[in-house]
Design a protein around this ligand. Structure first.
Ligand SMILES: Cc1cc2nc3c(=O)[nH]c(=O)nc-3n(C[C@H](O)[C@H](O)[C@H](O)COP(=O)(O)O)c2cc1C
Length: 354
């Protein structure tokens, strides 16, 4: 399939504007997600299961490869994810207020590097609308593979009002999430990354942790695992501070990393602003994952993201300390079944250790 995608389908898709191609993909997957029996048949061949399932923060993952946030911003096609081979999916980023995102064009392909620069700016339907959609498609059931819900700050909300804004999204969406991810690392919402800094992070995480505990107590359920998604552009000293906060508030893990504002040499003449993803990000994401794993002695679960496009890059992420991996950009370049290829190789590696 990878061959046909790259030789036949990709040239057609790459003929149109990146966001239009993305919207076409989302509509196709939305339709697929509604065809339950077709999804089940596809899942039976495409969802590779590791010999022993991966147990992490109280959840069971059939394989290590997930779809990163940003592809399914509004929870429209998460039900199709296992049919493509994904062992989990993170939807969002969802903000409390519905918002249109930045002006178009806002997604740019760099085919020589298999990379993307985006400045989408959290375009999404808003937490209430997404909660309604999830209620309609899930009811009281759980998704077939763990469903992460990634939340961020609404653009018009000032930084000093960020906490009630995150809390409102958390309260609306936690019911449907197997885990929640707090996004403080997108480069495309003005000042959002300030929330990773000392002045804000501790209070934000503390309030979320308290809300999570009291919600769980009130409903008589377990607290929802909460993770934090961080930028690759933090210094190691800044990461140390983030880790202290995660430890203090007993967060379940970290998603490392989001897109980068950095530009490697081959991008020095590129004028587009926004976050860079794909292979040029991989080395820095590995450095961040490796650092976190080392300083936490491997005790903090890490979801490694950044430039994963084949078994080698995924294996490297795992070797440097990630328990799970996620990808986005390589699905655009390598096609819808890239997760299956990678999960199969990672699973074979796991079996060869046993
Ligand atoms: C077009 C696009 C939109 C994205 N939107 C989001 C988002 O809404 N929230 C988020 O946490 N990450 C978002 N990301 C970042 C990805 O989840 C991921 O962290 C990053 O792209 C690195 O992984 P990759 O190299 O496999 O793409 C987006 C990435 C792209 C390319």
């Amino acid at each position: 399939m990878g061959f046909y995608y790259e030789k036949v389908l990709r040239p057609v898709l790459f003929h149109s504007d990146p966001e239009k191609a993305h919207d076409m993909g989302v509509s196709t997957l939305d339709l697929l997600g509604k065809l339950g029996p077709v999804c089940r048949i596809m899942e039976s061949t495409n969802l590779i299961r590791t010999e022993s399932p991966i147990e992490l923060f109280g959840l069971t993952f059939p394989n290590a490869v997930g779809l990163a946030a940003g592809m399914d911003k509004n929870g429209r096609f998460f039900r199709a994810a296992p049919a493509l081979g994904f062992g989990h999916i993170e939807i969002g980023t969802i903000t409390n207020l519905q918002q249109p995102g930045n002006e178009r064009p806002r997604v740019f392909r760099f085919k020589e590097s298999d990379a993307i620069i985006n400045r989408m700016g959290f375009n999404n339907d808003g937490a209430e609308a997404v909660a309604k959609r999830l209620k309609a498609s899930l009811g009281k059931r759980k998704a077939r593979v763990p469903l992460g819900i990634n939340i961020g700050k609404s653009k018009i909300v000032p930084l000093d009002q960020a906490i009630p804004d995150y809390l409102a999204s958390f309260q609306l969406l936690a019911e449907y999430a197997d885990y929640m991810t707090i996004n403080v690392s997108s480069p495309n919402t003005p000042d959002l990354r300030e929330l990773q800094k000392e002045a804000y992070l501790d209070t934000l995480l503390g309030e979320l942790a308290k809300a999570n505990r009291s919600r769980a107590k009130k409903l008589g359920v377990n607290p929802t695992p909460i993770l934090l998604k961080i930028a690759p552009d933090l210094s190691f000293q800044e990461i140390d501070h983030v880790l202290e906060c995660l430890n203090r508030w007993e967060f379940s893990g970290v998603v490392a990393t989001n897109t980068t504002l950095g530009r490697p040499d081959e991008f020095s003449n590129v004028k587009e602003t926004g976050g860079l993803s794909g292979p040029p990000l991989h080395r820095r994401s590995i450095e961040v994952v490796s650092y976190i794993s080392r300083v936490t002695s491997g005790k903090l679960p890490i979801i490694g993201v950044g430039g994963i496009h084949d078994p080698e890059t995924a294996g490297r992420m795992v070797d440097h300390g990630a328990s799970l991996v996620q990808l986005y950009t390589s699905m655009v370049y390598r096609g819808p079944f890239v997760a299956k290829t990678i999960a199969r190789a990672l699973t074979a590696r796991q079996s060869s250790w046993m």
